[in-house]
Write a protein that binds this ligand. Structure first.
Ligand SMILES: NC(=[NH2+])NCCC[C@H](N)C(=O)O
Length: 436
């Protein structure tokens, strides 16, 4: 095994003029000051009925590579949450947050309006389904939104609506689609310093996930009673997509974004512009990634494990990159864009971090083993604090290499969870994390 260190061996830190907000200490409201600072509060989603909706025919469109044994996946997820709690993090469950949010009348109306869209259900069924959903207790409505509903289940609740759309469905077809990728709470929203991006999702199976987060952040008292910035317009952003798996909060006013299968350059520019306008960040480094499923998000190929170290997939190579900074021009900052050739990728990230070089941790393996471990989320580490991470147990070479490099690794079982192509970082949406 070798440790690859880019540029030189020295570790002298450069002083970087970070924004005042990037330094803001942890307080009770949401604030994510870095990628590796102490994790204080995190949103997760325990896999549920929505995963029972996967079949060999639907799994592909629902973005899973295999069916999960749901009970075992729940046990694995419980162990993941246990490690988070042991590390002192406050673990918030997405379905509980949504249930509590739905008790606020405006939130309920918002979720119903956006879920029962005429364009999806047709003008005949949409109002009837909306009415049925509105008559449900909060927890049942949350369950319907996340787990979906088949025609058979619908007919157990009500008489068949007079609708061509519903009539044309077979009994076990889904009337309301499930949201199985809510498991990966990282993606549909992401907190960056003192604000949040509720993301317009690239894949049709994930678009409705943004409704859940939009409602929670706007109306759940935990979030609605504090002030924070908006880095996106969520559902209405169209092609300007950003997904949280592509966004690494480097710390001290710097952000690293992967332009992947999911995140577009338009999305990156908008994120940068809004961060700069509020003075919450002043450097965004964007990497131009291959657009492919195995590299769907940046955090599937590289994650940060301490203030200067990243675990990185051997097959990633180096990528063209851009450094975006604000060019002050009156009130509205313009974007100053500097492009870098592939060989400068690590140097561009190091510069944004104010470091002479990064420590790139890439275990030495044959190419096939490296590809297998990347596919199994070996590079998807979730930091609990600098130098302490959670990974799946199914990637032993990456885990051993991290340990040999001085990183404390907490392994959690990933035999079932890993079938959704997301690891510990993907399954977490930090809402409070210390700066470093
Ligand atoms: N941050 C991540 N890498 N998330 C992984 C998401 C996996 C999910 N099945 C999808 O395809 O969207």
């Amino acid at each position: 095994m070798v440790e690859t260190v880019t540029d030189s061996e020295q570790t002298t830190e450069k002083a970087v003029p970070g924004s005042p907000l990037a330094q803001r200490p942890h307080q009770s409201g949401p604030f994510v000051g870095s990628e590796v600072g102490r994790l204080r509060q995190v949103i997760v989603h325990r896999p549920g009925v929505e995963l029972l909706r996967l079949t060999p025919e639907t799994k592909h469109d629902l973005l899973f590579d295999d069916l999960l044994w749901v009970r075992r996946a729940q046990e694995e997820h419980d162990q993941f949450c246990h490690v988070l709690r042991e590390a002192g993090a406050d673990v918030l469950y997405l379905d509980t947050l949504l249930t509590e949010t739905l008790s606020v009348p405006q939130a309920r109306q918002f979720v119903l309006d956006h879920t029962f869209d005429e364009r999806l259900f047709g003008p005949a069924a949409a109002p009837l389904l909306r009415e049925l959903a509105d008559s449900m207790p909060h927890a049942d409505l949350a369950e319907l939104v996340i787990s979906g509903l088949t025609k058979r289940e619908l007919l157990e609740l009500t008489a068949e609506p007079r609708s061509v759309v519903i009539h044309a469905l077979a009994m076990d077809d889904l009337v309301v689609a499930p949201l199985p990728n809510h498991l990966f709470t990282r993606d549909a929203s992401c907190w960056v310093y003192d604000g949040v991006a509720v993301n317009s999702m690239q894949k049709p199976a994930r678009i409705r996930e943004a409704i859940t987060y939009e409602a929670i952040y706007r109306w759940h008292p935990r979030f609605a009673s504090t002030s924070w910035q908006r880095w996106s317009d969520g559902l209405t952003d169209g092609q300007a997509t950003v997904e949280g798996g592509d966004v690494l909060v480097l710390g001290d006013g710097a952000v690293l974004v992967g332009m992947s299968e999911r995140t577009t350059p338009q999305g990156v520019e908008r994120l940068a512009k809004r961060l700069f306008a509020e003075g919450s960040a002043d450097r965004v480094v964007a990497l131009s990634m291959p657009k492919s499923r195995e590299f769907m998000h940046l955090d599937t190929v590289m994650t940060m494990v301490d203030e200067r170290s990243f675990i990185e997939y051997a097959g990633l190579g180096t990528l063209p990159s851009y450094t975006i900074t604000p060019r002050e021009n009156g009130v509205d900052p313009e974007l100053k864009i500097q492009d870098h050739p592939p060989e400068r990728m690590h140097a561009a990230i190091a510069d944004a971090l104010g470091l002479d070089h990064l420590r790139i941790l890439t275990p030495e393996q044959d190419l096939h083993s490296a590809a297998r471990e990347q596919w199994d989320d070996g590079c998807n580490a979730l930091a609990l604090e600098p130098g302490v991470v959670i990974t799946y147990d199914r990637t032993p070479t990456s885990n051993a290499f991290l340990r040999d490099s001085g990183i404390e690794v907490h392994e959690v079982p990933g035999a079932e969870l890993g079938r959704g192509r997301g690891g510990p970082r993907c399954m977490s949406c930090p809402t409070q994390r210390d700066p470093v």
